[in-house]
Design a binder for this molecule. Sequence first.
Ligand code: Q46
Ligand code: ZN
Ligand code: ZN
Length: 352
Amino acid sequence: MVASVSKCRVCREPAIIDLPRHNANFCAEHLLQLCRRQVEKAIADHDMLSLDDRILVAVSGGKDSLAIWDILLELGYRAEGLYIGLGIGDYSDESGGYAQRFADERGLTLRTIDLRGEYGYDVPTAAKVTKRVPCSACGMSKRHLFDEAARAGGYDVVVTGHNLDDEAAVLFGNALRWDVEYLARQLPVLPARDGFPKKVKPLVRLTEREMAAWCIVRGIDYQVEECPMAVGNKHLGYKEALNSIERQSPGSKSAFYLNFIERMAPILASHSRAAAGELVACSSCGAPTTEPDSGDAPVCGFCRLRGRVAGHDPVPVELVLHGGARTAYRAARLAAGSAASPGATADGRTAQ
Ligand code: Q46
Ligand code: ZN
Ligand code: ZN
């Protein structure tokens, strides 16, 4: 946000935000206009959505997913929400509350899935039992459940709130390793195929800061805290690195990502193995999955994970965190007046 002496580039009224990558300041009204136009451009450039589509928005309770739901409704799309309760302690409880209040205040349909209540596990427990980073089990569970909900509910497309910062950070990580398979699939649209719904990211032209500003101007209350499981996540480091470059050279982040999509992605398209792989139905849940080499019945990654971790006693969030992350989590809980006692048994709270 900027001092009131700055003027909006469009109307010359006092500005509320400076956007160095546009080399301009904007008032509230014209910030909203800019955000809407960027979403419309992303949708049009990549043929993401049509007004007839039944859209399912993946809602986390954070600024991005609530903002894109809000923007799509403003633009006249038919969008409902799905919130998945991941069981990440107080963070999930609070996030679910923000999502539900957003929907209730606007009379919107928000579907909810409670991972522990309906599938017998939560993200901290899955991380502990599998000894893998929490985001791995979490991401896979979310993808599976959003796909399944879209299939079961007859939705045409799943919308996620990934923004420019998210996508640039993922691109940065993939480019650091020159992971051609991942680079080839890092597109703002994944078309429907073999039982998977179409998935789109209409916020790829907008930054985290712009989305936070959208929510503030529109009076949207959202989960401000980061997921405690994200501490130490490589993508946070990539975001910091890109932000440092952006401060030196405004516009670098969007050029890095948007020029990749325009210039490199078409060159890499032929490397996308995903388009070529044969898929079969999971013998347990029916979801599309790859055929096992062994000749065994096919079982998808989600069902394998669930089979391994369901039924384990819930593991409290802080027992999954290490070192500084655990200290930071305890401090945050103390500050919030809800310190979890070390070693306490989790209570299987619902919501994300
Ligand atoms: S993947 Fe990882 Fe997120 Fe899941 S564990 Fe938290 S940070 S919520 S987008
Ligand atoms: Zn203005
Ligand atoms: Zn399955």
